[in-house]
Design a protein around this ligand. Structure first.
Ligand code: SF4
Ligand code: SF4
Length: 295
């Protein structure tokens, strides 16, 4: 029997916690893995993981209205019905403003409006360290990033099945919205990266609620753990209350920023304190994932 594919999602509830530095280091440390950068609105992993692009696949996330200038009689109804003000002079739809609701197409008395598939992004399949690395580019101002995340994860899963990878490492987007939900649903484990700041604690509470709602096993890593002992204790208390283990504490280390500037992962760039703790964290995560297989 084929071993099941394990999916580890790394999320943070907010940007700037060092989530991507940890995920990219895991990608370096893992022997056999697929990596997926699901932060489709601002993917940063390609900046620190050298890669060769193998394939770029257009992503059609939604339909947009297109007015046929041949069929349009200029009655103006569509302008009145479009509550997004997406129809401009001479009855031309501005794609960036169009939300694809199709009200105009339904209301046009002359059937002059078609809803047409619109390319809102690109799925990129690449190789990094000779192993698959997937990410996406979402067009500026485009919506439906949750659907693009799902598309990325589907692609990663099919590559894992075809090429016998049994671990997918997912770098989730910040926040707790649709793209995050699309990043964590169906995963084996969620690693929440937080930091001992007031906003970090607030965002931790929100992401914990989310993982518990979806009943996904999770653990916490406190990044920049030494910047506030008081807030670190508050994080510990929240985790205790919710039965979530704190499996890593990474001290503040300027090598993390230096590694980003150098376009490298922390574990490649440095042997300092952050690098050592990330390596330990990876070993703990591996043990936890192995325990999941054994169950
Ligand atoms: S409702 Fe139809 S016919 Fe009227 S202006 Fe709009 S596209 Fe043209
Ligand atoms: S599809 Fe909706 S948002 Fe787009 S132009 Fe028509 S009414 Fe406006």
């Amino acid at each position: 029997m084929k071993p099941s594919i394990q999916q580890l999602a790394i999320v943070s509830g907010k940007g700037g916690t060092g989530k991507t530095s940890i995920a990219a280091s895991f990608a370096k440390l893992a022997n056999q893995r697929i990596v997926v950068d699901c932060d489709v609105d601002a993917s940063n992993m390609p900046l620190v993981l050298p890669h060769t692009i193998i394939q770029e696949i257009p992503f059609f996330g939604e339909k947009k209205a297109v007015i046929s200038q041949d069929r349009c009689r200029g009655c103006g109804d569509c302008v009145i019905y479009c509550r997004f003000n997406a129809i401009k002079d001479f009855y031309v739809v501005e794609p960036v403003l169009c939300e694809g609701c199709a009200v105009c197409a339904m209301m046009c008395p002359y059937e002059a409006i078609d809803m047409v598939e619109h390319q809102s992004g690109t799925v990129v399949i690449s190789q990094s360290d000779g192993q698959p690395f997937l990410y996406a580019n979402m067009g500026i101002g485009e919506g439906n990033s949750g659907k693009l995340v799902s598309e990325l994860r589907e692609k990663a899963k099919s590559i894992a099945e075809e090429e016998n990878y049994n671990l997918i490492i997912i770098d989730g987007p910040p926040g707790i919205g649709c793209p995050v939900i699309a990043s964590i649903t169906g995963t084996t484990h969620v690693l929440i990266v937080t930091e001992p700041t007031i906003s970090g604690i607030h965002d931790l509470e929100r992401i914990v609620q989310l993982t518990q709602h979806f009943r996904i096993p999770s653990s916490v890593c406190i990044n920049k753990s030494d910047i506030s002992a008081e807030n670190r204790q508050l994080i510990m208390d929240i985790c205790n209350k919710n039965n979530i283990p704190v499996i890593g504490t990474i001290p503040y280390d300027e090598d993390v920023i230096r590694a980003q500037i150098a376009g490298k992962t922390v574990v490649e760039y440095s042997e300092g304190s952050a690098s050592q703790e990330i390596t330990k964290l990876w070993q703990t995560v591996q043990t936890m994932l192995q325990a999941t297989i054994a169950k």
